[in-house]
Design a binder for this molecule. Structure first.
Ligand SMILES: Cc1ncc(C[n+]2csc(CCOP(=O)(O)OP(=O)(O)O)c2C)c(N)n1
Ligand code: SF4
Length: 384
């Protein structure tokens, strides 16, 4: 059961997975599955930030309602493995809001400590402003906590508490550091009664860990109706990440052309082939100079995608990742079981370039633009 992409692209010499009909496997595999879910998550074996290590981390997105082989979900799943326990996601209306939250079911889940992505769906037209609002609310409240801690440092509290507070203030923007000192403070402050200031700080403990703000958006929302909001929020230079899952059509409403649809593509509202070229969103964002921009395709280069996700998230400013996402609406001839392979072909042929534009490199006097894909291999006409 399933799309078969994982079996198709399994990199081991002897395939780790072989697809077989569900009815022939249920009696054997269900007990295996039940046993496997009782095992602890071993996310400390290999580094979390490597392609291999990330797959030892618990996905905090499971059992979505997407089409089998959907190109969007693998990106979202991986992001939850990297940052899930401190992620806030503002989702545009589109396929990702439907597979991501068809009430009353939601595929986002929590880890054993009860932490998981905070997820909300706004509208087709304003996901970036929606996420920005939550980001600003969180930031202002964290500034208030910082003020309270600075006040407490000037009072007669224990050295341990002062050290933990100073550590937290020094690591305000650092996810690991703010969590470490925040956890110390939670433990220390739980023993303090009768000190109003410390009790007020303890009451803000959910703000201690620095969060990771993400806008999840399709190409229709990003390139068309929600573009004004993207432009505005990117220009604020705040630390917000945007994942554009580019299916090159409005997938959720049946495949209408968007400004991400390339020239000649046949889509609804472009039945005789789209007349105009695909809008170059990456170029537009790069023109700011301070926006991190990357173009990725999981099936083509996982290392490059991983670098882009980590760089975008850690960059202290706005970032946009353009992620090529094959979709059932594209009518892929080989079928959706080959959607990851399709991403590879798109990159090899030069249809979808891979690159990263990292303003942090510019600040160090280096060229911020890195072209990660090779010269096109001439297969464009054959592939498409
Ligand atoms: C203002 C408004 N117009 C139209 C719609 C209907 N609608 C919902 S999702 C969608 C298309 C989404 O396409 P895209 O952003 O590319 O995301 P995808 O479904 O491809 O992931 C449309 C037109 C809407 N929700 N709101
Ligand atoms: S229609 Fe396309 S984008 Fe939407 S869930 Fe299906 S494959 Fe994914």
């Amino acid at each position: 059961m399933g799309c078969g992409n994982c079996a198709d692209i399994c990199p081991s010499k002897k395939k780790a997975l072989v697809m077989k009909p569900l009815e022939s496997q249920t009696p054997l595999q269900v007990p295996f599955h039940e046993f496997s879910v009782e095992l602890p998550v071993r996310d400390d074996v290999v580094g979390r930030t490597t392609v291999k290590g990330s797959q030892f981390c618990q996905p905090l997105l499971e059992f979505s309602g997407a089409c089998a082989g959907c190109g969007e979900t693998p990106y979202a799943k991986l992001l939850t493995q990297l940052f899930g326990e401190r992620m806030v996601i503002g989702n545009a209306t589109g396929c990702s809001s439907i597979w991501g939250g068809s009430a009353p079911a939601i595929p986002y889940c929590v880890n054993k400590d009860g932490f998981g992505p905070t997820w909300g769906n706004s509208l087709f037209e304003d996901p970036t402003e929606f996420t920005y609002g939550m980001f600003l609310g969180d930031l202002q409240q964290r500034y208030k906590v910082a003020d309270l801690m600075k006040e407490a440092l000037n009072t007669d509290v224990s050295k341990e508490i002062k050290d933990a507070m100073q550590g937290w203030l020094d690591n305000f923007k650092d996810p690991e550091g703010s969590r470490k000192y925040g956890d110390q403070l939670k433990a220390l402050l739980s023993q303090q009664n009768g000190n109003n200031l410390l009790e007020e700080i303890a009451g803000c403990s959910k703000l201690f860990t620095k969060k990771s703000y993400w806008v999840f958006v399709g190409d229709g929302a990003a390139y068309d109706i929600g573009f004004g909001g993207i432009d505005h929020v990117m220009a604020t230079a705040e630390d917000i990440n945007i994942l554009v899952m580019d299916t090159e059509v409005y997938s959720n409403t049946g495949g209408q052309a968007s400004k991400a649809t390339p020239t000649g593509s046949v889509a609804k509202f472009a039945a005789s082939g789209k007349k105009t070229p695909k809008k170059d969103m990456g170029k537009m964002m790069m023109s700011y100079g301070y926006v991190y921009v990357a173009s990725v395709a999981m099936g083509a280069n996982k290392q490059q995608m991983m670098k882009a996700f980590l760089e975008a998230e850690s960059y202290d400013g706005p970032s946009m990742i353009l992620a090529y996402s094959p979709c059932i609406s594209q009518g892929i001839l080989a079928g959706m079981g080959k959607s990851q392979e399709e991403e590879k072909l798109a990159v090899q042929s030069g249809y979808w370039p891979l690159y990263r534009y990292n303003p942090a490199l510019k600040a160090q006097g280096e060229n911020p633009f890195i072209l990660d894909s090779k010269k096109p291999d001439g297969s464009l006409r054959k592939v498409f």
